[in-house]
Design a protein around this ligand. Sequence first.
Ligand code: GN1
Ligand code: MG
Length: 355
Amino acid sequence: MFKDILINFGLNASDYKAQPFGSGLINHTYKVSGVNQSYILQQINNAVFKNPDAIDQNLALIKGYLAENNPDYLFVAPIKGKDGKSIIRYTNGDYYRLFPFIEGSHTVNFLKAEKEAYNAALQFGRFTRLLNNFDIDQLSYTLPDFHNLKLRFDQFKQAATHTDTDKLEEAATEIREAYGNANIAHTYSQIVKNSEIPLRVIHHDTKINNVLFDDNHNALCLVDLDTVMPGYYLSDVGDMMRTYLSAANEEEKKLDEIVIRHNFFKAIYGGYMAEMGNILTETEKQLFIFSGEMMIYMQGLRFLTDFLNNDIYYGAQYKGHNLMRAKNQFRLLSEYQKAIPEFEALIASVNKELL
Ligand code: GN1
Ligand code: MG
């Protein structure tokens, strides 16, 4: 299989070795290593991304815009194959893409250094800033309603209504927590209904392993660009809060390990604002802390919904995996909410430093 796919890119498979790579939940990724150059080969999960060509078109438009306006920006776009397309449809119907491997880069799954949080936030902020004047109407929604919290809440309610009684019992606490925080979904709906904040070009998956670092904790570039599409900045900042603040990630079963690192909040704020501080509207800025609640709650709902729906989206490595992940996210949400006064004080102190 690799052989046929690599031929499309003018590569001879016998010169390369392919191994599974990374820890994404949705797409399958491999590193294709050669003597002089290595590549990242990725199979797009087209049960999730129903229109892979839309991804290709979005990335081509953005690549063109950045090449023209910011030629030094490192944008890791997929490589074009022999037919001029950077997405290959294999005979079995699967879609593949090939990216250059950035030498000297690595990904991080657990964030230890504050500097990495700052630099990652800076990179995500820079991306949106550089595309501030890009005409977002040109972009397709590669996953329609991806971060529509109202819809995610409705999907959870649907799942809770249709699941079996065993699951309802098993997840009773988390279902209660999901309803108990419904005000977050309500606030989101208000923001959208009143068009309080603008749509921007957003990455939509700012987990720390979607940033490539060098050995000095510098963020080199962003990867996993399939969900780049118009959205609210809350998505990107909120998902950083969700995945950078605690040293324990969403797979952690020992919930007491989920502890908020306030200095990492400061790093996210400082890094993102260094790029976006002059661009965000006052209303957007006021929602900075809300973004974390929104994204942590949404991820908790998504895992819980998937548990109730028999793991059809995320899959499960053990029984009750998605319920465990939901418990984890709801614990994180409650720790986050407790820390809000501290976050407010940190924002005030950073703003003062910037004056
Ligand atoms: C998925 O594929 P991956 O692991 O980068 C998901 C994100 C979730 C994340 C949770 C397309 O991202 O939205 O936040 O899992 N991506 C999609 O780990 O659903
Ligand atoms: Mg990923």
